[in-house]
Write a protein that binds this ligand. Structure first.
Ligand code: OTU
Length: 641
C-alpha cells in the first residue's frame, strides 16, 4: 500500500468513508495480481464469469467485516510487522483440555499474563462429527462454535477481552479438507452432482489407482491409501488424511470462491493469525506426490491477496511440515506468485533440536541451519519444540550423509532412542504411524517425557530429573532467543508428562498423538509458589526468560541472527545483534561439561577483562582460565559489552 495515500486517507474526517476508500485502494492495487493468479489456475476463456463473481464477492465480503476490525486493520497496516516483535510470546492449547470451555479459558487469561504469554493458538473450536474427528480437523463448519466449548457469544467476549489486553489470537483454517458431514459432503452423498465436484469423486478405481503409485500415506496405520469408497453415493472419494476427511477439489474455482467466504467469516470472528492447515496438499497431480506443487502456491497467494483486500490486518501461518527448502517457499519469495504466508513453522529447527538431544551433538543442526535459504525480511518463524502433532524426522539426507551416517540407520536410531527401544535412553515416547513398507515413522510424547522427566520420576533418579529439567529450560531458551515467535506448547511450562488416558477412549486410542495433548494440571499450578519442584523450577525459569526476551529488542525477529562454530561438537552457539547491542546464546547438548576457547567469545565482544555478563543469572563472572566451562545442558545468554 502506498504510504502517502494511506496517511492521507487516514486523516480524512469521515471515518466510514475513509475505510471504504481504503478498501477500494487495496482492491485496485491488487486487482492485476489477483487476476493473473486466478487465470493461471482457471483459464480465462472458461472462467471469466467466475472471476467477475469473485470481484463482486470481495466487495460483499468487505461489507460483512465488523467496523471495529476494519479499523484495527488500518492500525495494523500503519504499525507494520507487529508479528516480528520481541514482545510476542505464544502458546497453543485445547480449550477443553485447558480449562473445560471458552469461559474457563477466559477466566485463566491472568495465568498467561503472569507467564508473559500474549499470543494464543486455540485448537479447532467449530462443529465437528461426534466420535472420531481428528481433534476438530474434520470440520462440519468453519465458523460455528461447537456447543461443547460454549456459545458464539462466549467466543465474542473472549476475542474482545484478548484485544483489550493486546493479546493475539490464532485459529486454524482447515483449507484442504472438510469432514464427511460438512453440508457439501452431505449433498454429494445424496447424489448432488454439483457438490460431488467440490471433492475428488470417482465411479471406479482407474484414476485413484494411477494416483496411488506416487501418493505417500499420511496415516498408514489407521487410514491406509488415499481414497475411500462411499456407498451412499457409490463413488470413491479422495481422503489423504483420515477416511472422514474429504479433500477439497480446488481445480473447481467454485470451491475457491466458497472457501474464501469461509475464510473471511472465520477471520471476522476476530482472528489475527490464520493457520493454513495442510496447505502443502492443496493441489493434486497424477504422477506426483501431490504436495508442494506450484499450483498450491498460487492458491495460497490468491487467498492471501484476497484477504489483503478484505481484512489486511490478519496474517497467514503456513502449516507446511515439509523439507526445509520447501517450507521457505511458502513465504512466497522467489515464486512468481508474490506474497503467500507471513509466518511459517520452523519445523526444521524443531526436528534438528530433537536430533541434537539424542546424538548430544550439534553438528547436523549447525550444518543444516547455515544452509537453509534466508527467509524474506518481512516474514517470520514460529519457533517451537512441541506441538499437538507428532515429531517428523524432517532432516536433510544430504547432511546426514556428510556426517558419515547412513540416513536410514540414523532415522531408525532416532526412533529407537525416543520410542523406548534403547534401555539407556531417558526418553519415553511412542512410535507414531510406523510404515513397514518404507521404514518411516514419527514420534509422539510430551516434551518432558521425551526429555527424561517421566523416567526420572518413575525410577526416582535425581540425576535424570535434574538433567531433564535443564534440557527443558535449555530448549525453550533456544526458541525464545531464535528469531521469530516462540510458541510454548500448553503444559510444557509446568513439565507435563505423557497422558495415557487416550488409550481408554475408543475414538482416540488409535491415534497416539493424544499422548501429548494433556489436560492442564491446575493443582500443579496452584502449588508452584509453595515448594520447589521440577515443575516450579521450569515455570519460573521460563517466566524469567520471557521477561528478559521482552526487555531486549535485540530479540526482535528482524535483527540479525548468526550461527557460530566453536569447534566443539556439543555446543550450539548463536548471536542476535543490532548495530550496537548483542546477545550470545550458548548451550551444551552433552551430559558432561564442555569448554570453549575464550578468545573466541572475546573477539565477538562478549568478554572484557576476563569477565562476562549473563542475562539469565544477571551476574558477572570472572574467568580463571582461558576457557569458558559450560555445564551439561546449561543455557547462557551473554550480553555484549
Ligand atoms: C495437520 O497436520 C494438523 O496439524 C493435524 O493435527 C491434522 O491431523 C492434519 O493436518 C489434518 O488436518 O499430517 O501428522 O505438513 O504434517 O499437515 C500431522 C503435512 C499432519 C502434515 C500436516 C498434518
Amino acid at each position: 500500500m502506498n504510504q502517502a495515500a494511506l496517511h492521507k486517507l487516514l486523516s480524512s474526517k469521515k471515518e466510514g468513508q475513509s475505510l471504504n476508500e481504503l478498501f477500494e485502494l487495496r482492491f485496485s492495487t491488487n486487482l492485476t495480481l489477483i487476476k493473473d493468479l486466478f487465470f493461471s489456475l482457471y483459464p480465462e476463456e472458461h472462467y471469466r464469469p467466475t472471476f467477475e463473481k469473485l470481484l463482486k464477492q470481495l466487495h460483499e465480503l468487505f461489507k460483512t467485516r465488523p467496523e471495529n476490525l476494519k479499523q484495527l486493520d488500518i492500525v495494523r497496516l500503519k504499525k507494520g510487522n507487529w508479528y516480528q516483535s520481541e514482545k510476542l510470546v505464544g502458546t497453543q492449547l485445547y480449550v477443553d483440555h485447558f480449562n473445560k470451555d471458552i469461559k474457563g479459558l477466559h477466566k485463566k487469561l491472568p495465568y498467561f499474563e503472569e507467564l508473559g504469554i500474549n499470543f494464543l493458538h486455540i485448537m479447532p473450536l467449530t462443529t465437528r462429527p461426534e466420535g472420531e474427528n481428528d481433534g476438530g480437523y474434520a470440520v462440519n463448519s468453519y465458523d460455528q462454535i461447537d456447543k461443547k466449548y460454549g456459545t458464539q457469544k462466549d467466543f465474542e467476549k473472549l476475542t474482545a477481552a484478548l484485544r483489550d489486553k493486546e493479546m493475539y489470537l490464532m485459529l486454524d483454517f482447515v483449507v484442504n479438507h472438510t469432514s464427511n458431514e460438512y453440508p457439501w459432503a452431505k449433498k454429494a452423498m445424496a447424489g448432488n452432482k454439483k457438490y460431488q465436484e467440490y471433492y475428488y469423486t470417482y465411479t471406479d478405481r482407474e484414476v485413484p489407482d494411477e494416483f496411488e503409485h506416487n501418493l505417500p500415506e499420511i496415516f498408514p496405520e489407521t487410514a491406509p491409501g488415499n481414497y475411500n469408497f462411499v456407498p451412499e453415493m457409490n463413488k470413491w472419494v479422495m481422503t489423504c488424511f483420515n477416511n472422514y476427511q474429504w479433500d477439497l477439489n480446488y481445480t473447481n474455482p467454485e470451491v475457491f470462491l466458497e472457501m474464501l467466504t469461509n475464510l473471511v467469516n472465520l477471520v471476522n470472528l476476530g482472528v489475527d493469525v490464520i493457520r493454513f492447515d495442510a496447505l502443502a496438499f492443496l493441489w493434486k497431480k497424477m504422477g506426483t506426490i501431490s504436495q508442494n506443487l506450484p499450483e498450491a502456491h498460487v492458491l495460497t497467494s490468491l487467498f492471501r491477496m484476497c484477504l489483503q483486500i478484505v481484512a489486511p490486518g490478519s496474517i497467514l501461518l503456513a502449516e507446511a511440515i515439509v523439507a526445509p527448502t520447501d517450507i521457505i517457499k511458502y513465504f512466497g519469495e522467489g515464486n512468481k506468485t508474490g506474497n503467500e504466508c507471513e509466518v511459517a513453522y520452523n519445523a526444521s529447527l524443531m526436528a534438528l533440536l530433537w536430533n541434537a538431544i539424542a546424538t548430544k551433538e550439534t553438528v547436523l543442526l549447525q550444518k543444516s541451519l547455515t544452509t537453509i535459504p534466508q527467509k524474506p525480511k518481512y516474514c517470520t518463524w514460529i519457533n517451537y519444540i512441541r506441538c499437538h502433532d507428532d515429531i517428523g524426522l524432517g532432516l536433510d539426507d544430504r547432511f546426514i550423509n556428510e556426517m558419515g551416517w547412513n540416513p536410514q540407520d540414523h532415522r531408525k536410531f532416532l526412533l529407537d532412542y525416543y520410542c523406548q527401544k534403547l534401555d539407556w535412553s531417558p526418553a519415553k515416547g511412542l512410535l507414531f504411524m510406523y510404515n513397514p513398507k518404507t521404514g518411516d515413522g514419527r514420534i509422539t510424547g510430551s516434551a518432558a517425557s521425551l526429555l527424561g522427566l517421566e523416567k526420572g520420576i518413575e525410577e526416582n533418579d535425581t540425576t535424570l530429573i535434574r538433567e531433564s529439567v535443564a534440557k527443558i529450560i535449555m530448549l525453550h531458551g533456544i526458541i525464545l532467543a531464535f528469531g521469530g515467535i516462540p510458541l510454548i506448547y500448553a503444559g510444557d511450562e509446568i513439565a507435563t508428562l505423557n497422558d495415557y488416558s487416550f488409550l481408554k477412549d475408543k475414538d482416540r486410542k488409535d491415534d497416539n498423538r493424544w499422548v501429548n495433548r494433556p489436560y492442564q494440571n491446575w493443582e500443579v499450578v496452584s502449588n508452584l509458589e509453595a515448594k520447589k519442584t521440577p515443575q516450579s523450577e521450569i515455570f519460573f525459569a521460563l517466566k524469567e526468560l520471557i521477561k528478559i526476551r521482552k526487555r531486549h529488542p535485540v530479540f526482535a525477529d528482524n535483527n540479525d541472527i548468526t550461527l557460530h562454530s566453536t569447534g566443539n561438537n556439543h555446543i550450539l552457539i548463536f548471536e542476535r545483534k543490532t548495530a550496537k547491542k548483542g546477545v550470545l546464546i550458548i548451550c551444551n547438548f552433552n551430559d558432561t561439561s564442555e569448554v570453549i576457547d575464550c578468545s573466541f567469545i572475546s573477539k565477538l565482544g562478549y568478554l572484557k577483562n576476563q569477565e562476562f555478563k549473563d542475562l539469565i543469572t544477571a551476574k558477572k563472572t570472572k574467568l580463571s582460565s582461558g576457557f569458558l566451562e559450560i555445564k551439561p545442558y546449561q543455557l547462557l545468554w551473554l550480553k555484549k559489552f
